[in-house]
Design a protein around this ligand. Structure first.
Ligand code: DAH
Length: 341
């Protein structure tokens, strides 16, 4: 009888593979597992066996029955839903890919939180702006050669008598007068972080970039306050061992004006291959020019102020451990590059 069971099992499995539709499989189920099916017929025969024999053959027959139930169910599903629909709930799920903030957005958040800790308020002003706020009110009248530094995009718009033409903000200094007009009565502690636009494109320039502009106006504000604020930022953003240095420079809207340098993180201002003479250039700063205060409606007899404007991309590139060879990579939308940060 053992042989008979084996034969039925092999025959059934072979026919199952051959079956082309779920109906055919159902027919096979009736032939083998139905009330008068082949398996049941053998079960009836068991009675005639001796006790020991009955036990062994009975267990073989049960195994065969279980196998056929499972295989018939599986084949039916395959034919009904297709192989891919066969659902295995134990397979681990696929995790959706989670993105993250762009490197520059992360830097903007870090910079604003550093300044917010010492009482600065983050503001944003229009990025399509009047010539007046971008240049004229900052001591750069039309046709002034100083304007050449800011390779400006002009918007093809109607000119306003007072405010002139529209431009894409070439620097965040355009927010200085707007902030004075908004606050009216100092103290002012502004950090304006926004997009800037200039007609430049190479490994260290993109036509769209970001600047952060600090402006502090109050009674008795001096260069010492400026230096203290810059040192505070340098230590918190770049690391506690970094120092800043002010180098005399010229801007139309500040007097005195400075370029701010930061000590090189590799050689600690001793001079090395990377920095050459120990210091790296960060950006501009100075004491707000009295006529600029006046343009913003603030009395220069009563108040003084300092300002600084630096590139976000520039400070990011100078962060220790980052080595980005080409600024354009930041805005190329290449996920292989962006996922690194
Ligand atoms: N706006 C200047 C630039 O884009 C940078 C700058 C210089 C900003 C001196 C300032 C400043 O606030 O005081 O080059």
């Amino acid at each position: 009888m053992r042989e008979e069971i084996q034969n039925i099992r092999n025959e059934a499995l072979a026919q199952l593979i051959e079956a082309k539709t779920a109906d055919e499989v159902e027919r096979l189920r009736i032939i083998y597992l139905g009330r008068n099916g082949k398996v049941n017929k053998l079960t009836k025969k068991l009675k005639s066996l001796k006790t020991q024999e009955k036990k062994e053959v009975g267990s073989l027959l049960n195994d065969t029955k279980d196998t056929l139930i499972f295989q018939i169910g599986k084949r039916k599903n395959q034919l009904k839903y297709g192989v891919r629909q066969w659902f295995d709930p134990t397979i681990p799920g696929k995790k959706p890919v989670i993105g993250h903030l762009h490197l520059i957005t992360q830097a903007i958040e870090e910079i604003s939180s550093i300044f917010e800790k010492i009482g600065f308020t983050r503001v944003r002003y229009p990025e399509v702006e009047w010539d007046y706020y971008a240049f004229e009110s900052l001591n750069m009248p039309k046709d002034h050669p100083a304007r050449d530094v800011w390779e400006t995009f002009f918007v093809d718009s109607k000119k306003d008598k007072k405010y002139g033409q529209m431009v894409l903000t070439p620097h965040t200094s355009s927010g200085q007068i707007r902030e004075m007009e908004r606050i009216k009565n100092p103290p002012i502690r502004m950090i304006n972080i926004a997009k800037c636009f200039r007609r430049e494109l190479d490994a260290s320039h993109t036509p769209m970039f970001h600047q952060f502009e600090g402006l502090v106006i109050d009674k008795d504000i001096s260069i010492a306050h400026l230096k203290g604020t810059l040192d505070y930022f340098a230590k918190n953003y770049f690391g506690p061992e970094r120092k800043t240095r002010l180098r005399p420079f010229h801007f139309q809207f500040t007097e005195p004006s400075f370029e701010v340098d930061i000590s090189c993180g590799i050689c600690k201002a001793k001079g090395c291959k990377v920095c050459k003479e120990g210091w790296l250039e960060l950006g501009g700063a100075g004491m707000v020019y009295p006529s600029v205060l006046k343009n913003g409606g603030i009395d220069p007899q009563k108040y003084t102020g300092f300002a600084f404007g630096w590139g976000v991309e520039r400070v990011v590139m100078m962060k220790p451990g980052l080595n980005i060879p080409d600024l354009r990579l930041l805005y190329s939308s290449d996920l292989r590059f962006l996922r690194q940060f």
